[in-house]
Design a protein. Structure first.
Length: 334
């Protein structure tokens, strides 16, 4: 028996102590739990129902907004529009009514902007938590066969990425650790970093890319860029070669990560979508995403599994991409 670190369970633990116990199967379930699978998909006759659930545990000041974005992003990573969301809100003893109202204002504002309805949930004060925790569940619908799945990945496909590595993590750190950053970044950079939390939706690019057709998508959450690409490769049983020079990242993210001695490639990056495109659809996917006003870059290529999962450094050296572990954010948030 060993004590575990903060953060989601790693691949080995999930398979060894979680997934092996989930044995009962129903024929209506099209996509069920697995490494890298953020959504379940159910057969509803002429439609598919896509569902996802996720917690927000490491943020405080923007927790209401992030709780809505995080699972709506999962639905969009299947190329599907989210329709409804449910929120289970658990708050520590001593929470004020003003703080609860602020959380719900944030959640309602984001839900309205995404045209998603908050359709239920639960709110309670409990000694079981010492900081706010929200678990959100989002629901989407598409026509039968319309959900994008990473099992379509094949060698030669292009790995695309929207926005900038470490986006959400940078915003959380800048918002919750402002005092500790005063000597590290300028006031202008502080405002820039905080504003990243206004960019954590991938719904626009997910739906746009889904209309063109992809070989799979993954919103880049815990574990960052390297965690997301590993999980996509696990689903598709492929290898990959990423080019570090091609991975977009903001200078303020580098400064913050250097200060806290954390890796921006393994920092939670909600707001960034990893999109896999067959070569013949690459240009069309890029065009569709850019037309939404979202920046997108090609950061690597899918390889045969036996070629490994490689990150090419700026000097040309190659290092292995290892399975995702606890997110870098948890090195700061205790």
């Amino acid at each position: 028996m060993r004590k575990l670190k903060a953060g989601k369970l790693d691949t080995e633990l999930l398979e060894r102590i979680v997934f092996k116990h989930v044995k009962h199967r129903r024929e209506e379930v099209l996509v069920r739990p697995g490494v890298g699978e953020d959504c379940a998909t159910l057969d509803f006759g002429p439609y598919e129902c896509v569902m996802s659930t996720d917690p927000i545990t490491a943020a405080i000041s923007e927790i209401g907004r992030l709780a809505v974005h995080i699972t709506c992003n999962d639905i969009a990573s299947n190329g599907v529009e989210p329709l409804g969301i449910m929120l289970a809100v658990m708050l520590p003893v001593g929470t004020t009514d003003e703080e609860i109202e602020d959380i719900m204002k944030q959640a309602a504002e984001v839900a309205e902007s995404l045209e998603v309805e908050i359709i239920g949930g639960h709110t309670e004060i409990t000694p079981a938590v010492n900081r706010p925790v929200i678990v959100s569940t989002a629901i989407g619908r598409t026509v039968s066969g319309g959900s994008q799945r990473a099992k379509a990945m094949r060698p030669g496909d292009c790995i695309l990425m929207t926005k900038y590595a470490g986006l959400e993590g940078t915003g959380i750190i800048a918002s919750d650790f402002e005092r500790r950053l005063k000597e590290v970044i300028t006031e202008e950079e502080q405002l820039e970093a905080k504003a990243f939390l206004k960019q954590v939706s991938v719904v626009k690019e997910g739906i746009a890319a889904g209309k063109v057709g992809t070989a799979g998508m993954h919103d880049i959450t815990e574990g960052g860029v390297l965690g997301a690409v590993w999980e996509l490769c696990e689903i598709s049983k492929t290898g990959v070669e990423l080019n570090l020079k091609a991975i977009p990242v903001k200078e303020v993210t580098k400064k913050i990560c250097n200060h806290f001695d954390i890796d921006y490639l393994r920092l939670i990056s909600s707001g960034c979508m990893m999109i896999v495109a067959h070569p013949e659809k690459k240009a069309a996917v890029i065009k569709a995403v850019e037309e939404t006003g979202v920046p997108i870059a090609c950061i690597g290529v899918v390889k045969e599994r036996e070629e490994g999962r490689i990150l090419v450094q700026e000097d040309g050296t190659k290092i292995d991409i290892v399975p995702p572990a606890s997110d870098e954010l948890y090195k700061i948030v205790k």
